[in-house]
Ligand binder design. Structure first.
Ligand SMILES: Cc1ncc(COP(=O)(O)OP(=O)(O)O)c(N)n1
Ligand SMILES: Cc1ncsc1CCOP(=O)(O)O
Ligand SMILES: [Mg+2]
Length: 219
């Protein structure tokens, strides 16, 4: 994938695991894909998260759905699972395995890294990150160990410094505030709740895509 293709793929980045929805996860993802999500991350984390074969089976089902629709399938944290499934990529944070080690393990699969400071961002880029996840941009109830809310300040700062690596904002983002994140310099938005808990995941995805696209056109 070229960097231009990656920027487009990051526009509406849906993240979900079974704890994030009361509906069957496959059904939610199917609707989200129909609504226009552009990339998906399997993040099986938190209370009641599946483990072992149950986790792998859900991952395989979600991956098949993504494959059938040409949506990149990313695995959060679990490098072994990503390699075993031949996923399209992995997403790691500062508490996960070091970026250069993960890069060595996954070859040319996509590698996303969460960063919270300019220094972390520079190191992630130097060690082989393909894109950065920045947040929480807004308050979120989804991640218990989330860092302090940072608004769009780090996104703006990295762009001011001339860093052109693809960036997504994450944390408390929905169609009503997604434009602000893109206007600050992000290529797209990552969401869990805005789609996984929506009455209509399809409509939620459509609204997010429209919010991101209209901002891209203005900028
Ligand atoms: C796209 C994206 N951005 C940030 C994160 C958060 O990653 P991390 O800090 O490792 O936290 P966990 O998600 O592992 O709890 C993400 N998953 N995706
Ligand atoms: C995984 C993660 N990393 C920073 S905030 C967050 C949770 C995002 O979830 P939501 O979109 O429901 O706020
Ligand atoms: Mg992580």
């Amino acid at each position: 994938m070229t960097q231009g293709e990656l920027r487009k793929a990051l526009q509406v980045y849906f993240i979900m695991g079974s704890p994030n929805t009361e509906q069957p996860a496959l059904q939610v993802l199917e609707e989200a894909i129909a609504g226009g999500i552009t990339i998906f991350q399997f993040r099986e984390k938190g209370r009641h998260a599946l483990k072992g074969e149950a986790k792998r089976a859900l991952a395989r089902g979600l991956q098949q759905l993504c494959r059938a629709h040409g949506i990149p399938f990313i695995v959060n944290d679990d490098i072994d699972l990503a390699v075993a499934l031949d996923a399209d990529g992995v997403h790691i944070g500062q508490e996960d395995e070091p970026v250069d080690q993960v890069r060595a393990r996954i070859g040319n699969k996509l590698l996303g890294v969460s960063v919270h400071t300019v220094e972390e961002a520079k190191l992630a880029v130097a060690q082989g990150a393909d894109y950065l996840g920045l947040g929480p941009v807004f308050p979120t109830g989804t991640k218990e160990d989330a860092k302090e809310v940072q608004g769009v300040s780090l996104i703006q700062k990295l762009r001011e410094l001339g860093m052109d690596i693809p960036i997504v904002g994450i944390g408390g983002i929905h169609a009503g505030n997604a434009g602000e994140v893109v206007a600050a310099g992000a290529d797209g938005v990552s969401v869990i709740t805005a789609i996984s808990q929506a009455g209509s995941p399809l409509k939620a995805a459509q609204d997010l895509l429209e919010a991101v696209n209209s901002q891209v056109r203005k900028g």
